[in-house]
Ligand binder design. Structure first.
Ligand code: IPD
Ligand code: CA
Ligand code: CA
Length: 265
């Protein structure tokens, strides 16, 4: 593998370190203290522990960098040039239920652009990694998006709505509309891994509303470096950390985007 920026080395090391306690916690799920954060959304002591290790490791090298995390919020607010975007466990609901579909996700952003990222599923031992201009990898092998050309043959993945969503009707009718035009749709419960799976060709495309930036920051560069296309739709300039994402193998991007923009509700 030829990825060698200092940032990617740091992220990889931090992920590996944090994953040790995460794997232990996953083995002891029933003993974890679970706190309700809101409907359909839980935070565990494992989320917090993992995030603490990640922040400590990354700050050792760059105490001055900004950090945007799910559990702690924004650290070093004034540094918007260099930021780590962290989700310590993406797929907490799966984690809590003993389903091994969750990941640590970290993106490194420079002047508003994600330059490199890592998505690591420690249970499956799958590390997706990419750096701008240097391709995307799963463990040590180069990955590419699928070459499916027609949306009607495509296998897509999506997620949501959250329990507290106010736009459930819209999300469900959009789902029906997309589902009528593709081969099939999956829902796996980890936005980061959904992006990573598009990058390595397991899925042809992914879309989802009501996400947070940390869910998909690392995935953006991994999909792009694997030859895919990822962009946001219906952005709200007042809520820069809230995102609606569309990520595909490029070939089906236009068609999927049109299906999502069709008013079906
Ligand atoms: C969640 C996952 C899930 C998505 C939710 C996210 P979390 O993140 O990415 O796939 O549907 O919208 O909040 O809470 O497990 O970090
Ligand atoms: Ca998440
Ligand atoms: Ca999380």
């Amino acid at each position: 593998m030829r990825l060698n920026s200092p940032q990617i080395n740091l992220i990889t090391k931090a992920c590996l370190k944090a994953s040790r306690s995460l794997i232990r916690d996953f083995g002891e799920i029933e003993n974890l203290q679970v706190l309700a954060k809101g409907p359909g959304d839980f935070v565990t002591s494992a989320d917090k522990r993992t995030e603490k290790i990640l922040i400590e490791e990354l700050q050792k090298a760059h105490p001055e960098y900004g950090i945007v995390t799910e559990e702690t919020g924004v650290i070093n607010k004034s540094n918007i040039e260099n930021r780590w975007i962290i989700d310590p466990i993406d797929g907490t609901m799966n984690f809590l239920n003993g389903v091994p579909q969750f990941a640590i996700s970290i993106g490194y952003e420079e002047k508003g652009e994600i330059k490199c990222g890592v998505i690591f599923n420690p249970i499956m031992n799958e590390m997706f990694i990419a750096e701008k201009g240097n391709g995307a990898y799963l463990n040590n092998s180069r990955i590419r998006v699928s070459n499916k050309k027609k949306i009607k043959d495509s296998l897509l993945v999506t997620g949501g709505p959250k329990g507290a969503s106010k736009i459930k009707d819209k999300i469900y009718s959009e789902y029906i509309n997309v589902s009528n035009n593709v081969s099939n749709i999956r829902k796996f419960g980890s936005a980061a891994l959904d992006m990573a799976y598009v990058a390595c060709g397991r899925f042809d495309g992914y879309w989802q509303r009501e996400l947070n930036y940390w869910d998909i920051a690392a995935g953006l560069i991994i999909v792009k470096e694997a030859g895919g296309f990822a962009d946001f739709f219906e952005e709200d300039v007042n809520l820069p950390l809230k995102k609606n994402i569309l990520a595909t193998n490029s070939n089906i991007h236009k068609e999927l985007s049109e299906l999502i923009n069709q008013k079906t509700y």
